[in-house]
Design a protein. Structure first.
Length: 76
């Protein structure tokens, strides 16, 4: 797989994923991803992306302003 932006080589890595909801910021740390060695762009597989949606969604109705979770402990 090559980077969509710069066609650089990709490598397995982890990254932090931050999402801003209406009144809450959710930060998911240590998310497995594939990262471009050249420009640093991170890509998530469909499975990981679905899991991230689910994790972020679970905070949608919470009253927390900032939530920081680790991917490995937040996923089911
Ligand atoms: Zn790139």
């Amino acid at each position: 797989m090559k980077c969509f932006y710069c066609k650089g080589d990709m490598e397995e890595s982890t990254t932090s994923h931050a999402v801003t909801l209406e009144d809450c910021v959710v930060i998911v740390k240590d998310v497995p991803c594939t990262r471009c060695r050249q420009c640093g762009e991170a890509y998530f597989s469909d499975k990981i992306a679905d899991e991230l949606d689910r994790i972020v969604d679970s905070f949608r109705k919470s009253k927390t302003e900032i939530a920081v979770v680790h991917y490995a402990s937040a996923r089911t």
